[in-house]
Design a protein around this ligand. Sequence first.
Ligand SMILES: [Zn+2]
Length: 86
Amino acid sequence: MIQKQFGSSGFGDCSIATVAGLMFFLTDIDKMAKASKREYVWLECKECGQRNYRTEVSVAQGTPKIELSKFCKSERKHTVHKIRRK
Ligand SMILES: [Zn+2]
């Protein structure tokens, strides 16, 4: 029954090319992910040192010195958060 459906629509023929293209596409993404070094880091509150957020940054040129104003849960206000590698 399934074979008959594939045969009549012609989907069986073009799906092979689609799968091959998708496989190539996924392999490409994998290569790109490895080329650009990305790492999970903590966003640490500068005032109380509480690590409130987890984020992903590019560390290709070393750890980026990014400071963000984020809401600190323990202080219940916005404070400067800096990146802290694990
Ligand atoms: Zn804080």
